[in-house]
Design a protein around this ligand. Structure first.
Ligand code: FES
Length: 224
């Protein structure tokens, strides 16, 4: 996976419940994002070393993820620990899935292949209300440009802030491919205040926005 430019947002934390997995794409590379039953998130290459099945199709079992195809099970370090067809086999250490760093901040799962530890800094991160992720068939730079025309200010390389009345939205941009972008949207503020009606309002806003982003460049009024 090509992730030499630092941390990349790959999913809303709330969209990956404990014991579930999902697939994502970063600059053309397929990854699996999964959460073990202890609540820890993991980001790996989305490919089983056996026959190449996507691990995002698999099942989480405690702190292992099991491949859908032949049931090989991998621990949280990506090491294969169990092969159902050979239950007594001590699995060779060489059978391992490439893993990447996975951390959570702003209600978003981030990953990188770089060795850095400092996550993007867009200000305080304690109280966050998730909205949704939007997938747009446009290049990341084009999508960011549209938001910036609508008043978004970038707080750091990956996260922008858009203010609507008293509400502050944080938007994290993920380049999926040359002309495909995911925008992960959260509200800065606690769920007790912003959950429910506000959450639904901005989820609908985000869906409308996706349509506008793909159809034409929206005006600031349309975005706000
Ligand atoms: S392809 Fe994954 S266990 Fe066979």
């Amino acid at each position: 996976m090509k992730l030499n430019e630092g941390w990349v947002p790959v999913a809303l934390s709330a969209s990956i419940e404990a014991g579930t997995s999902t697939g994502a794409i970063v600059e053309g590379s397929e990854i699996v994002v999964w959460r073990d039953n202890s609540g820890n998130a993991h980001v790996w290459e989305d490919r089983c070393p056996h026959r190449g099945m996507r691990l995002s199709f698999g099942f989480v079992r405690g702190d292992h993820i099991a491949c859908l195809y032949h049931g090989w099970q991998y621990d949280t370090a990506g090491q294969c620990r169990y092969i159902p067809a050979h239950p007594t086999l001590e699995v060779p250490e060489t059978i391992k899935v490439p893993t990447f760093q996975a951390k959570e901040k702003y209600g978003i799962v981030w990953t990188t292949t770089a060795s850095e530890n400092l996550l993007p800094d867009a200000g305080p991160s304690a109280a966050i209300t998730p909205v949704r992720s939007v997938y747009v068939d446009r290049a990341k730079s084009d999508v960011q440009d549209v938001f910036e025309q609508a008043g978004m200010t970038m707080l750091c390389e990956q996260v922008g802030k858009l203010v609507s009345g008293d509400d502050v939205l944080l938007l994290a941009f993920q380049a999926k491919a040359e002309a495909k972008t995911a925008v992960h949207i959260v509200i800065s503020g606690s769920h007790a205040i912003y959950g429910g009606a506000k959450q639904k309002h901005y989820a609908q806003w985000a869906e409308n926005l996706r349509f506008h982003l793909e159809q034409a460049t929206p005006s600031a009024a349309e975005v706000a």
